[in-house]
Structure formats: structure tokens, C-alpha cells
Write a protein that binds this ligand. Structure first.
Ligand code: MG
Ligand code: MG
Length: 263
């Protein structure tokens, strides 16, 4: 499938969807506390989306790698969980956890998608540094989103920051194009080995809209599954962090469409 190119008018619509997604994530980050379950966070995400007239994008979404639709609206990935965390009632948030919250929604036919990692109370120095590094990898990746560069430049930017901190980007996962659908071409690997496996690179062009989402881990670049058929974990069960922004590629430079109040 070809990569979609969006007009500035359409980019504004994607921005509106993204701003609702950011508002939902900000309200979850404010609400999260020890004792709360991952399931409660999912219910809160649904409520906050509904208030804003947005339709959760992941609820009943069937990705190509699964035989069944995702039964929740929010992905909650705690500590060693990387992405696609299925929120459960028995999963109780504790002080010291790092929790990746990943939410997508449609507003008036356009999609938004974003993820943040939230520290619950006091977390270890290592987890703190992992969160900092992952966010920095995302920020560096955004900077290279200009026409004429390649998806491989994004992969390299993420890899460079991960290495600088001694952490690992996880293989077989990555970002994606976004616009009329929440997941579009191109796939944006987080690890150079995954890019090589894909045997495909894309030149960035004016009007491409990309969801970039580095996931870094402390001890490994290999992933595994935790048995609920959704939640991806690190192979060595070391902690993982995840941030995701949507960025429009324009001749004026990259425009981040997921604008957080606290940066
Ligand atoms: Mg995404
Ligand atoms: Mg996401």
C-alpha cells in the first residue's frame, strides 16, 4: 500500500484528533495512583474520550498479527511490559512502577495516537534514566522528519540515543503512518536489525504524517509475550519505556501534532 500524503487542511484535522488523545492521556497521568487497576485506567480513558466526542481507535481493532480484536481502548504496559498491554482488573498499579499508556482515537474521520510513560511515585534511578532516554530518542527522531530524509534516518536517531545511554531499542516493533486510519504505511522500525529485515526504506515527503514511538529497554533488544496474547514484554523482563508523538513532515520542518502542556 502506498504512503498517504496529507494537505495542511487534513493535517489540522489529524491535529484535532491528536489533541483529544493528549487530553485523555494527561487526565490519565493525573489520575494514576498506587492501588488503581489497569482496567480502571481503561474505563477512565473511554469516559474521557466520550466526553470529547472521540471514538477510541484500539477498541475492537484487529491488527494483522492477531486473530481477534483488542478488547480494550487503552494499552497499559507496566515495567517489563513494552507495548500492547491488555489492561486487567487484577493488575494493580504500585509505587515505583513505570506505566506506558498508549491511546488512539478518531475525531471526525481522522486518527490521533500517542503514548507516554508515567512514573508512579518514587521510581528507581535506572527507570528514571530509561524514561529520559526514551523521550530524548523520540525528540531526536522528530528532528530528522524533513522531506528528503529517509525512515532509516529515524531508526538511526533512535538507535544513537539508546546506545548513548547504554539502553536497547526493541526489535520487531515500531511506529507507523497515521491519518484517515490509525495505522498506515510506512512501518517505522525502532531497531536497525528490524529495518534490515523489512528490506524497505521510505523517503520522507511533504505531507507524510508519522507516529513515531521508540520503546527502549534496560537490558535487551529482544521481545517476548506474557501469555495473554497481547502484552509484549522484554525477553529478560528488564524495564521498558515508551513514548509516541505524531509528526507531520513539511518543507517548513517537522510539526508535532501531539502537543503536551508540560512538554
Ligand atoms: Mg502508534
Ligand atoms: Mg500508540
Amino acid at each position: 500500500m502506498a504512503v498517504e500524503l496529507y494537505s495542511f487542511k487534513e493535517i489540522e484535522k489529524i491535529r484535532r484528533a491528536c489533541s483529544v488523545v493528549v487530553e485523555v492521556l494527561e487526565s490519565l497521568a493525573k489520575a494514576i495512583r498506587p492501588g488503581m487497576s489497569a482496567y480502571e485506567l481503561d474505563m477512565l480513558a473511554r469516559e474521557e474520550a466520550k466526553k470529547r466526542g472521540a471514538k477510541p481507535a484500539f477498541l475492537n481493532y484487529k491488527p494483522p498479527f492477531s486473530n481477534e480484536p483488542f478488547p480494550a481502548s487503552l494499552c497499559v504496559s507496566i515495567n517489563e511490559a513494552v507495548v500492547h498491554g491488555l489492561p486487567k482488573k487484577e493488575q494493580v498499579i504500585k509505587e515505583g512502577d513505570i506505566v506506558s499508556l498508549d491511546f488512539g482515537a478518531y475525531v471526525e474521520g481522522y486518527a490521533g495516537d500517542s503514548a507516554i510513560t508515567v512514573a508512579v511515585g518514587q521510581v528507581s534511578k535506572e527507570k528514571e534514566l530509561l524514561m529520559k532516554a526514551t523521550k530524548e530518542a523520540l525528540e531526536e527522531a522528530v528532528k530528522v522528519c524533513v522531506p528528503g530524509n529517509w525512515v532509516s534516518d529515524i531508526v538511526e536517531a533512535i538507535y544513537r540515543v539508546a546506545k548513548k545511554y547504554g539502553f536497547y531499542p526493541l526489535k520487531n516493533l515500531g511506529g507507523h503512518g497515521i491519518g484517515r486510519k490509525v495505522h498506515e504505511e510506512p512501518f517505522i522500525p525502532n531497531h536497525p536489525d528490524t529495518l534490515r529485515q523489512e528490506k524497505k526504506d521510505y523517503k520522507l515527503r511533504q505531507g507524510m504524517v508519522l507516529a513515531i514511538e521508540p520503546m527502549l529497554a534496560v537490558g535487551t533488544d529482544e521481545i517476548s509475550h506474557d501469555g495473554d496474547r497481547w502484552t509484549v514484554i522484554t525477553a529478560d523482563r528488564s524495564p521498558s519505556a515508551h513514548y509516541e508523538y505524531v509528526v507531520a513532515v513539511t518543507k517548513q520542518g517537522p510539526i508535532v501534532l501531539t502537543e503536551y502542556r508540560d512538554g
